[in-house]
Design a protein around this ligand. Structure first.
Ligand code: ZN
Length: 448
């Protein structure tokens, strides 16, 4: 069995020195600490567990950087969404696979070893069904397999254009299904999944799903993760109040039995009561700080939420710039900018901001994607090694995660193993060249 030896490794109980990891297939078979490397052991510097990316729309990687010009004076999330709808108009299943594979390569190179793909592009370009309802889910599976990333597939139910069952717009024609069609989609997706994939469900948002439809599709989750976009935008909150008298997260807490199965994506605009109730529910807030900054969404009240014991994970959402450390950094920086203070997301027990951010994202992320992780026997061998020779790591001790998140980022990532297989070496994905070549050809053709 292959053995990996690390100068140090972040175990569930904390940092350990001189650690040997024995890998059996996709799993960590044994882990020893305080041992010298054997002659056969591959030697590496510092191991941390791979992180879960709780929220991705893989195809949006293909439009990264395309909407950074002012189109109109009131440019905001909604005008960006129009650009996104035009971009996806012509995407074929092959295009989706090529673009998502590039996104997943970049996720692995940044330290994410599993992605929660919130997949809503189900229909063909005219809005008709493919003969196979899971045609584009198959594109996501193909992209995950080409890159080697772990997959939690979240097929999206999307039926309406706004609150109260409003009809969808033409730009939404590729997302739309009804309850029966969605049940067929979920089953057709299930049979395509590789062995260690997880299948959840994702009602898109309260804009896209009526209460009756939500009640009808929830049993399809069958104990697996349930993700939903909620309260990303002020206009969405206002429209929800006009429709129901309640704010989106408040409505979900009142009506949808929100618990540890749930991941509420964004939850940006929540008041004090929603903050306390969401924290107490056991659900995960799926924060996407880089995308939320890019889209001008707003700032999640992370300080109050964590003080109330809330759980969170991070996601790359629009994939404008894929960077695990960058999401954690942006989360902390948003709080610093709003409060004009430093080192906010910590407590007395864990003064290291980096260690706290990482631990929260790891435990919340695995919960949200329906898996366990961590460097321990029996868990998946999803391992990231950091390069201690990177200049920002000079003399690093127990502050190693602070150095990585705040001062180094992806350039300090050395190797990544996913399911026991090495997929990144010296910071580069082993299939990076061929996947990037296909990606470039795909995007160039789409933009031509
Ligand atoms: Zn999203």
């Amino acid at each position: 069995m292959p053995q990996l030896w690390f100068e140090r490794a972040l175990l569930p109980q904390g940092w350990a020195e001189r650690v040997r990891v024995t890998v059996d297939g996709a799993t960590i078979a044994a882990l020893e600490t305080g041992v010298e490397p054997g002659v056969e052991d591959a030697r590496h510097s510092a191991a941390i567990p791979g992180l879960c990316n709780v929220h991705s729309h893989g195809f949006q990687r293909g439009m990264a950087g395309l909407s950074e010009r002012r189109g109109r004076p009131d440019d905001d999330f909604w005008s960006w969404r129009e650009v996104m709808y035009r971009f996806l108009d012509r995407l074929t299943p092959d295009d989706i696979a090529a673009i998502s594979a590039q996104a997943y390569v970049e996720m692995l190179e940044s330290g994410f070893t599993r992605v929660g793909e919130f997949h809503y592009l189900h229909n063909d370009a005219s809005g008709g069904r493919y003969a196979d309802p899971a045609e584009t889910a198959g594109s996501i599976v193909a992209a995950a397999q080409a890159s080697g990333i772990g997959l939690t597939l979240l097929p999206v139910f999307y039926a309406h254009g706004d609150f109260g069952g409003a009809p969808p717009t033409p730009g939404q024609r590729r997302f739309i299904s009804d309850v029966d069609g969605f049940a067929r989609l979920v089953e057709a997706s299930r049979v395509k999944l590789p062995a260690d994939a997880v299948l959840g469900i994702a009602p898109h948002s309260l804009r896209a799903v009526t209460p009756e439809e939500l009640a009808a599709i929830l049993p399809l989750a069958d104990g697996a993760p349930i993700h939903i976009h909620a309260a990303e935008q002020v206009r969405e909150v206002q429209a929800c109040v006009a429709w129901s008298g309640a704010r989106p997260v408040q409505w979900l807490l009142d009506n949808a039995d929100i618990d540890a199965r749930w991941c509420l994506i964004h939850s940006t605009h929540i008041d004090a009561q929603e903050t306390a109730r969401l924290a107490a529910s056991g659900a995960v807030a799926g924060l996407c700080p880089v995308t939320e900054a890019n889209l001008g969404d707003g700032i999640f009240p992370a300080v109050d939420y964590l003080a109330a014991g809330g759980r969170l994970g991070v996601g790359t959402d629009s994939n404008i710039l894929i960077d695990a450390a960058g999401e954690l950094r942006a989360l902390e920086y948003s709080q610093r900018l709003a409060r004009r203070k430093r080192a906010l997301l910590v407590d007395q027990n864990e003064p290291s901001v980096g260690a706290k951010l990482f631990a929260m994202a790891q435990s919340g992320g695995t919960q949200a994607l329906g898996v366990t992780s961590g460097l321990a026997a029996g868990n998946a061998a999803d391992i990231v090694s950091l390069n201690l020779d990177h200049p920002s790591m000079a003399g690093a001790g127990t502050d190693l995660l602070d150095r990585w998140i705040f001062a180094a980022g992806s350039p300090a990532i050395d190797r990544v193993w996913r399911g026991g297989k090495k997929v990144v070496e010296h910071g580069r994905h082993l299939a990076a060249d061929s996947i990037a070549e296909r990606y470039r050809a795909t995007v160039a053709a789409l933009l031509a």
